[in-house]
Design a protein around this ligand. Structure first.
Ligand code: ZN
Length: 171
């Protein structure tokens, strides 16, 4: 059985390392309390954020899922009980807004994703797939005039729903 992401990571050491914490935040586009905080660093093939945690002072260095680092940074090193995963209320896997995270089971996650994937206009229905969507947002952020960042991100998101259809909930 594969171990969940993040098992065996010396989280306490990494969270206490100022250089690692600074590197984490350097990849987060922090915005308003309700907005998604987009990740500008590396992405996994499921569009989750990833970065190299550790420095010469921690004597350990490894690539970790950024939301698992960020969740612990916000709630404490032991805040993710065994068997639970950190879910995204916003359904945007790279998002680092602590207000968009909640704990749940893998089953909750799979069930929600399966139903929302069928909703027109929903993040999970993006024709580019999760990685294509996340990369499009990163490209838009990199190219945007800082005064028009929100519009640039909104346009990058909308491009994944070429029909423009939108459904808020099933039935
Ligand atoms: Zn979000």
């Amino acid at each position: 059985m594969p171990s969940p992401l993040g098992n065996g990571v010396p989280w306490g050491t990494l969270l206490a390392d100022g250089e690692t914490v600074a590197r984490y935040w350097s990849h987060v586009l922090r915005r308003g309390p309700d907005a998604c905080w987009w990740w500008t660093g590396g992405l996994t093939d499921t569009a989750h954020a990833t970065f190299r945690a550790g420095s010469h002072t921690t004597q350990t260095s490894r690539v970790v899922p950024a939301h698992l680092f960020g969740y612990r940074l916000a709630h404490g090193v032991d805040s993710i009980p065994a068997g639970l995963v950190v879910r995204h209320r916003c359904d945007e896997p790279p998002c680092q807004n602590p207000g968009h995270w909640l704990l749940g089971t893998r089953g909750d996650n799979n069930r929600d994703a399966a139903s929302r994937r069928r909703l027109a206009g929903h993040a999970l229905a993006d024709v580019r797939g999760p990685v294509g969507r996340a990369r499009a947002v990163q490209a838009a952020i990199a190219a945007a005039d800082p005064d028009h960042l929100d519009e640039a991100i909104a346009a990058a998101l909308a491009a994944g729903n070429p029909t423009g259809a939108h459904q808020d909930s099933l039935f």
